[in-house]
Design a binder for this molecule. Sequence first.
Ligand SMILES: [Zn+2]
Length: 344
Amino acid sequence: MRRFRFLRDPDPAAIGDSFEAFLRWLEGPACLFISGADDSRCRAFVTLLHGNEPSGARALWRWLREGERPAVNLVCIVASVTAALTEPLFTHRMLPRARDLNRCFRPPFDDAQGRLAEEILELLRLHRPEAVVDMHNTSGSGPSFAVCTFPDRQHDALAALFTGRLIISHLDLGALMEISDHRCPTVTIEVGGRLDDAAHRCAYEGLCRYAAVEDVFAAGIRERGLERLADPVRLELRDGVSLTYAPRPCAGHDITLRPDIEHHNFGSVGPDVVLGWTGGVASRLFRAVDAAGSCAVDRLVRIEDGELRPAQPLKLFMITTNAGIAQSDCLFYAVADDGQPIAA
Ligand SMILES: [Zn+2]
């Protein structure tokens, strides 16, 4: 396995004329240290945990080319360079048979991905950043949002540097943001789809603010109100349930979802909306557990005459239209229409 390569204050002329050249120059997992005007403090920027989510690393390349000096030291960790550079470029979330790196930030660290995650945690411990931002693209197209596990004013301010939406999640998945506490506020920023220009722009402009502001915890929050979405529930597929995306029911699959389902990202959907079709029974097709540990499937979806609909007015997000991700991760996240947790 490749260990991290360390680069300190790289020459902007040396880092490559294109984003792809930049990644080839990094060769593998890399930690770039950029000296700040105030070198008594440090912030961390982590990105490319998933090789198919290039906006954060692209923003970093662009920002490094400008040769700007950050307000405080900036530690930039670019993780899945090898997966990103595996053909076809930027399509591999991780290498074949590897675990999802953003599910590996807790023991055991006993495989290649686990050791990479452990090394990232060690780098963060070593540098004691005042804040950590972990930047991703969403699997589908859609607006930007932040996710944190720890709701307080500092996390609000960090999120607001990048986006207008904050999801507060207590899901325990082994994600990097779960290391967060009041000493080291950590947010995940999902800038939008990997092919969206708006996502690249959100990543770059957010990184510029994050690097430039004197006080990250005072900067963004004054400018705009954050929309908060609390304790989302994941709708997952049960093992062995097959799924496809098509504009009409597909024989040979347990569930067909509409290919335009991702248009509902962050919008409100009620029981009048048809999400897809199935001949099955909701409780045998899906799994969903609320924050109290109770099954929430019947509060999320219902099946009527073979049509799959929301069981009540909901706000859905991180809707995927990739059957592989739907099967290995989840179909979508949901909160009540008003952003509150789905009531029992
Ligand atoms: Zn990701």
